[in-house]
Design a protein. Structure first.
Length: 105
């Protein structure tokens, strides 16, 4: 992937995130609908106080969700057209879902 392509993908991901945020805010009842879809409990009563264990838990979760595309190279997913298309589709779905979830939140 070239730097130019990576820049375009990065910009598109941010555009998708911002677009979903604007859409949620623009639609009447959108914030309440998004809050009902996402199991977010962002109040001090529902969340534990900050701790090292909490930081490590979030780090482990984020690492598992963001590093898995690197394993596609280990299984030679790029050598066959079918596996390359499947791998590209999985990475694209992961990016789109993440952008929509973050924007909706």
């Amino acid at each position: 992937m070239t730097a130019s392509m990576a820049s375009r993908v990065y910009a598109l991901l941010w555009g998708l995130t911002l677009g979903s945020c604007v859409l949620v805010l623009a639609v009447p009842g959108g914030p309440a609908f998004a809050q009902g879809l996402l199991p977010l409990t962002l109040t001090p009563a529902h969340n534990p106080p900050p701790s090292l264990a909490g930081v490590l838990s979030i780090t482990a979760n984020n690492t598992l969700r963001s590093v898995w595309p690197l394993t596609l190279g280990l299984i030679d997913a790029q050598h066959r057209k079918v596996t390359r298309l499947l791998a590209d589709g999985a990475v694209l779905a992961n990016l789109v879902l993440s952008g929509l979830l973050v924007g909706g939140a």
